[in-house]
Ligand binder design. Structure first.
Ligand code: MSP
Length: 546
């Protein structure tokens, strides 16, 4: 079998590359309300990761969806006087799916936990565990947070102040917990502590970032308690198959989406090909569910474990996690109206190092938009197109006398690729990867400032014209590389640039360009038609009142 070496130096047999499916998931979101900036943050990150891997030439499966059962959704629906199913249907149809489409999220599937393809398989999974003796009946009493849909350890609670004086609060939602007492079914989670610790030790990259890994290790080392996996005080959920008076705990139901959506129990070929996930993207608030409970559930049923659980930080408002109750009042739509979808996708990933908390501000967004996107990138693209138009009638000239300055550009592009591929594709360091691509944008700007093609153009000798052709070719070729590398982050704008370079007829569709190949030099053939096209990042109008 022929092995190819791409410019990243990694060897892939074409058959291996064809078979492997890179499976990335977002959490499935509670549909008690419309999506906010925090949900969009994780979903955009997953989309960039998925697109990057697609442009590595890999098969990719990007899954997102909605978590529709549980007390939180039920209460919200009741408060609005509709059934929980109606509530979910309406929000998914009118808010969740449209936002992902608007943000150019290219997910391969969208799973809803109320779908039959999910609920039937959840029952089978839980029945299997029961048959294997992993589930037993018992009683439990403890503080429960409906926001988290989780029993809390008394030691994790914080003391309320002000209106909550004298009460114990959930540390995530800062709302009083409720005392719950139930006859439940329990999963023998406590048995899995040692095996989980062994697994973490053997797979040091399983939980990222390092701080998240340490938190999970400490938690598991303290000893795990068995997990209550059923509820009997309300009925909005999947019935326990052997005791339908009980419903399955919403988290067990929800976690299984990662299996049911890819054919667990229904399409063995698909399941084999895609499962388990390469990356579960999660907010740090739901890390334990994914890094402790989910792998233990899979171990109990003899299924393979995910390769990585990556926790992102929180978008903060006033020092607290942005949530339904403390929104900035700014919706994703308001930001995209002002800055555009591409800049929106760019901003959050560039401005907040993945894994750490960060705040959004109009000022910071505007500053980055103007300096990085409009000035550094947008102007570069329009200047180069304008000069090819003015000096060569819009036909890209051949590079007649490339020298060290052009070689440096070629090196810069290869470096930008290698760095971005490692950071975005492997380390989920979106900010660092985007910064590496923008280093190259800066380098190309510096190249034009040094070469001064507008001055060279005045030299009408053959040598002068050859130099001018070389400089403009090198600049356009650099933009070709930039369009490919930025496509996962900013697909619309990169597409506009691709069109303006006249690249599609000769090189094919932008999304089909593999990042490793695009890092090469001299791929855009002379003779293509370069046009000025739409301005990539128009000047911002006055900031609307927030
Ligand atoms: N339904 C569960 C997840 C089940 S996954 C099997 C849930 N839903 S959620 O809607 O409350 O939040 C899900 C995720 O949204 C968070 O883990 C996080 O990835 C994202 N975010 C929600 N608020 C966020 C911020 N303020 N900041 C960053 N991400 C945020 O938990």
């Amino acid at each position: 079998m022929a092995a190819t070496t791409d410019s990243s130096g990694s060897k892939n047999t074409s058959a291996e590359a064809a078979e492997r499916t890179f499976y990335v998931s977002t959490p499935i979101y509670y549909v008690n309300d419309k999506p906010h900036l925090g949900h969009a943050y994780t979903t955009v990150a997953g989309d960039v990761l998925a697109r990057w891997h697609r442009q590595r030439g890999e098969k990719v499966w990007y899954l997102t969806g909605t978590d529709e059962h549980g007390q939180k959704i039920m209460r919200t629906a009741e408060a609005h006087g509709v059934s929980p199913q109606e509530w979910c249907d309406q929000l998914v149809r009118d808010a969740w799916k449209p936002l992902w489409e608007h943000l150019e999220i290219a997910n391969d599937d969208f799973i809803r936990t109320t779908e039959d393809r999910h609920t039937a398989r959840v029952q089978e999974f839980v029945q299997d565990l029961y048959d294997k003796g992993e589930i037993y009946q018992g009683g439990y009493e403890g503080p429960y947070c409906v926001g988290c849909e989780e029993y809390k350890a008394p030691g994790d609670l914080i003391d309320g102040t002000g209106e909550f004086e004298g009460q114990k609060l959930c540390p995530v939602h800062r709302k009083p917990v409720e005392m719950l007492k139930e006859e439940n079914y329990f999963f023998r989670l406590s048995d899995y502590g040692p095996r989980l610790l062994e697994f973490y030790a053997a797979n040091p990259g399983f939980i990222q970032p390092e701080s998240a890994r340490n938190e999970v290790l400490r938690f598991v080392e303290q000893g795990l308690q068995d997990l209550s996996i059923s509820r009997s005080t309300f009925d909005w959920g999947v019935p326990i198959p052997w005791d339908p008076e009980h419903i399955i705990y919403v988290w067990v139901d929800a976690l299984l989406n990662y299996a049911t959506a890819v054919g667990y129990g229904s399409d063995p070929e698909k399941f084999e090909r895609i499962f388990p996930a390469d990356v579960h993207l999660v907010g740090k608030d739901i890390l334990r569910f994914h890094a402790v409970i989910w792998p233990a559930m899979l171990m109990a049923n003899g299924l393979p474990l995910p390769k990585r659980v990556a926790a992102n930080g929180w978008l903060m408002v006033g020092g607290e996690k942005m949530s339904k109750s403390n929104l900035t009042g700014i919706s994703p739509h308001q930001l995209t109206e002002h800055f555009g979808v591409d800049a929106y996708r760019y901003y959050f990933l560039r401005a907040i190092p993945f894994g750490t908390d960060g705040s959004f501000s109009w000022e910071d967004f505007s500053a980055r938009y103007t300096s990085e996107l409009a000035n550094d990138f947008g102007n570069l693209a329009s200047r180069v197109a304008a000069m090819v138009g003015k000096y060569f009638g819009g036909v890209l000239p051949a590079a007649a006398d490339s020298g060290p300055a052009e070689e440096q550009l070629a090196v810069g592009l290869a470096r930008a690729f290698a760095e971005a591929d490692d950071r975005i594709g492997e380390k989920l360091d979106f900010s660092g990867g985007i910064a590496a691509i923008f280093e190259f944008v800066k380098q190309v700007n510096g190249y034009l400032t040094e070469q001064e093609p507008w001055k060279v153009a005045k030299d009408t000798s053959a040598a002068g014209q050859a130099r001018l052709a070389t400089v403009l070719y090198a600049a356009a070729e650099s933009l070709r590389g930039i369009a490919v590398l930025l496509n996962p982050v900013m697909p619309r704008v990169s597409g506009l640039l691709w069109d303006s370079l006249g690249a599609e007829p000769v090189l094919g569709a932008l999304a089909e360009q593999q990042v490793a190949r695009a890092a090469g030099w001299g791929l855009l053939p002379a003779g293509v038609t370069v046009t000025k096209g739409e301005i990539l990042f128009p000047r911002l109008e006055e900031r609307p009142e927030a």
